[in-house]
Design a protein around this ligand. Structure first.
Ligand code: BEZ
Length: 235
């Protein structure tokens, strides 16, 4: 028996995988992904459909925050299984008519991929048939400057994303890479970070004895250190 997943040829890229390559038509011209974004972080995200209210609020929020992401060397790329002319008409309507949280005349300047064939959406596991077989879920892929998938978050159709969290994920991944540390629960820039456990007993003992400068340990496996916001100076 063929399941609906097999019929849709679902593949789910995983953390650590190379981002699947594709070429696509977007509202900002053609793109070759992820090759065109080499050297940049990218948030590749899908939305269920143009001309829908939750998606509209999300696009306005992303457009409002685009400069914040740009400062973090992060490009935004959207996708839905609608066609290019639908995308263009929807983005024009947003600019001309929609006000949300006091934002007006909002122009979406990042590319929005047309994917009427669902080729890209299927490749990235954005079509999740038990939620919808005709619309993409709200998927978010965080891709690093080498084209590796570093994190992903999926939301259902009914729940708009938390954009501060998307920013926090980028900040957290960039900080982890730059300082070889890990981020504790709910970490925000400026808060103490986790120092990975020592790989030798001697180092662990020195840390516990307070001999390693700049960090403090609660036990051999739980050491932290301050990392000031100003030190981050990311990317
Ligand atoms: C929305 O964006 O409002 C939406 C899209 C698809 C299904 C439900 C809500």
């Amino acid at each position: 028996m063929t399941t609906s997943n097999e019929m849709l040829q679902i593949s789910l890229p995983r953390i650590g995988d190379k981002a699947p390559s594709f070429e696509a038509v977007t509202t900002q011209g053609n793109i070759k992904f992820p090759e065109d974004y080499k050297g940049k972080w990218v948030i590749l995200f899908s939305h269920p459909a143009d001309f829908t209210p939750v998606c509209t609020s999300e696009f306005m929020t992303f457009a409002h925050m685009e400069e914040d992401f740009r400062k973090m060397n992060t490009a935004l790329v959207g996708l839905s299984v609608d066609g290019l002319y639908s995308h263009i008409a929807w983005l024009r309507t947003i600019k001309d008519k929609i006000e949300f949280r006091g934002w007006k005349n909002v122009e979406v300047k990042f590319p929005l991929i047309e994917d009427i064939t669902m080729n890209v959406a299927k490749m990235y596991g954005m079509i999740q048939p038990n939620e919808s077989s005709t619309k993409a879920v709200r998927a978010v892929f965080f891709i690093d400057p080498k084209g590796i998938i570093r994190a992903m978050i999926y939301y259902p159709l009914s729940l708009g994303r938390n954009f501060e969290e998307l920013k926090r994920v980028i900040r957290g991944l960039q900080t982890a890479d730059k300082f070889s540390v890990a981020m504790p629960a709910d970490w925000e820039p400026g808060e103490d970070v986790i120092v990975p456990p020592a790989n030798s007993c001697g180092v662990a003992a020195d840390r516990m004895a307070g001999k390693e400068e700049g960090l403090y340990c609660k036990d051999w496996f739980f050491c932290m250190k301050p990392l000031k916001k100003e030190e981050l100076e990311l990317v």
